[in-house]
Design a protein around this ligand. Structure first.
Ligand SMILES: NC(=O)c1ccc[n+]([C@@H]2O[C@H](COP(=O)([O-])OP(=O)(O)OC[C@H]3O[C@@H](n4cnc5c(N)ncnc54)[C@H](OP(=O)(O)O)[C@@H]3O)[C@@H](O)[C@H]2O)c1
Length: 365
């Protein structure tokens, strides 16, 4: 049974955007039955432009878009598009705008959408990790949700918010939030040489085409910043130090040069893991964050701790607060991949649809 139809606009048709469209198509009926909410996708865009249908894009057309934009083909090869600027004319109160891009370009449309009374769901970490003066609205506005930016579908952001909303004070956070680097560290622990572990991760599509984009730790710094800011600490990027998981000497040069040079540093990581294991510990890529700043890098952690006991792409976040002082509140589980990330986005959409509905429904009292 459908109680309300919620129009939504999707920015970004990469793996996350595409998976979200597929999940919406697959779950139309069950979601409507469980929640009374039916999402109607009226606009969809990639960098080539915007497809728009006032009444919603038909399921048949959405299937065609998914089929025809496979292999990174652009939306303008499938349909006649409007320029992105049309978005500014179609923002109505109660519409949801979903940002599944990887760019800062979406900030101005998000600002306009908020003014128009839309709800915003963000999977894109870039605007949340921008300088605080520009990013602040993403953390402060009640109609913005961004659960999927850290830990994909794990309820990390909502837990931080719940702690603050119930009067607790967060004192520090310890997080392992990279599926790719978790996979690499587990391989090192099993005795796989570093060069082989990186090559395997690259061949399995776990890394970006240039593995340094993952090994640099930049993405983890963005996630750490998002956690810190959600915890109420308005840190800037330069308050967090980070160490890449490769030596500075390999920072430049082609991907081929980088991959070819990796065997020369196998022993560095083999020695580090031997040392950690001799102390009953192991290595993980970890973010330590507190109100004053933080550190992100490869660290020796207890083998039986909340991070060391997890293997492969599992994420784990420990939140220390006044209430959870001796024993932190720990959230862990799979934290990577478009399927669970898109599910995190959809959960945010449902929450916001309810909030918007309550805002527009006159009180019965
Ligand atoms: N994939 C995952 O499992 C995963 C995991 C963690 C975090 N994330 C984050 O989630 C976000 C989405 O992930 P993804 O893997 O789907 O990203 P992606 O592969 O980089 O795709 C981004 C999409 O945004 C589109 N785009 C770029 N500029 C745009 C604009 N101005 N307006 C509208 N669309 C625009 C791109 O279009 P073109 O193709 O035409 O350029 C592309 O369709 C990213 O920020 C990513 O960091 C993803």
């Amino acid at each position: 049974m459908v109680d309300i139809q919620v129009p939504f606009i999707l920015l970004g048709l990469g793996p996350v955007g595409r998976t979200l469209v597929r999940q919406i198509l697959d779950t139309h009926k069950t979601v409507a039955q469980r929640t009374g909410i039916q999402f109607v996708l009226a606009g969809i865009s990639d960098s080539s432009g915007l497809m728009w249908e006032d009444e919603g894009i038909s399921d048949k057309m959405l299937q065609k878009i998914l089929r025809d934009t496979d292999n990174r083909r652009k939306l303008n090869g499938v349909a006649d598009l409007h320029p992105h600027t049309k978005l500014y004319d179609v923002l109505l109160p109660g519409t949801l705008l979903v940002d599944a891009t990887h760019t800062l370009e979406t900030t101005s449309i998000v600002q306009d959408a908020l003014k128009a009374g839309c709800g915003i769901v963000v999977a894109n970490k870039m605007p949340l990790a921008a300088e605080w003066a520009k990013a602040k609205m993403y953390y402060d506005h009640p109609l913005i949700r961004y659960e999927a930016t850290v830990g994909a579908g794990l309820p990390i952001i909502s837990t931080l918010r719940y702690l603050l909303d119930t009067g607790d004070e967060i004192t520090s956070i310890e997080a392992s939030v990279s599926g790719t680097l978790g996979f690499l560290c587990t391989a090192l622990e099993l005795g796989v040489p570093y060069s082989v572990a990186v090559a395997n991760a690259k061949n399995m599509g776990y890394t970006e085409p240039d593995p340094r984009d993952d090994l640099s730790g930049h993405d983890i710094v963005r996630k750490a910043l998002i956690l810190a800011r959600t915890a109420g600490w308005p840190l800037e990027m330069n308050n967090l130090t980070s160490e890449p998981m490769y030596p500075q000497s390999l920072a430049s040069g082609t991907v081929e040069d980088f991959m070819a040079a990796l065997p020369s540093i196998d022993e560095i990581y083999a020695a580090q893991i031997r040392l950690a294991q001799s102390e009953g510990r192991t290595l993980r890529y970890v973010a330590h964050i507190s109100p004053k700043g933080g550190r992100v890098g490869l660290m020796s952690v207890a083998r039986d701790g909340h991070i060391g006991s997890k293997s492969g792409p599992a994420n784990s976040v420990a939140i220390f607060t006044h209430r959870y002082q001796e024993m932190p509140l720990v959230i862990s589980g799979p934290g990577a991949g478009p399927e669970i990330k898109a599910a995190g986005v959809m959960e945010d959409m449902l929450q916001l649809a309810n909030t918007l509905q309550n805002k527009t429904t006159p009180s019965s009292r």
